[in-house]
Design a protein around this ligand. Structure first.
Ligand SMILES: [Zn+2]
Length: 134
């Protein structure tokens, strides 16, 4: 499961950060996940519930913010990604092509996996930490 290994990495990073500040407890973890990572929100939460057991993040709230993909083309087009459906499997997949000129495009957003914020309890109160890659 893709989500499981990703969440393991996220928790490792969070715990490492917490260690630097001698944190006793982690209250909240906010993630930003691009839609092109194909990480399922439910699966991430499920993995989190298992992996947090016995750590100082055990009671932490997990918030997942989805980032919509955005593409940019040489012709000047910039916008969201459109989705197509593969009939045989009912699979929904993003079309990474310019809807105007059909050319290859650059992906501006949508592939990020970011620990946007974490809140933890430290010696002299509360601390917030921002911006870390998963
Ligand atoms: Zn174009």
């Amino acid at each position: 499961m893709h989500e499981f290994s990703t969440m393991q990495q996220i928790i490792n990073t969070v715990l490492e950060e917490a260690k630097k500040y001698n944190a006793k407890k982690i209250y909240k973890i906010v993630l930003e996940i691009g839609e092109l990572t194909f990480l399922g929100e439910e699966q991430l939460k499920f993995a989190f519930d298992i992996l947090k057991e016995g750590t100082i993040a055990e009671e932490a709230e997990l918030v997942i913010k989805k980032i919509k993909a955005r593409i940019k083309c040489k012709c000047g087009y910039e916008g969201y990604v459109e989705y197509g459906i593969k009939d045989d499997f009912h699979l929904v997949f993003p079309i990474i092509k310019c809807p105007i000129c059909n050319n290859e495009v650059e992906i501006v957003r949508g592939r990020e996996c970011l620990i946007k914020k974490m809140e933890m309890e430290v010696e002299n109160g509360k601390k917030e930490n921002r911006g870390k890659d998963c």
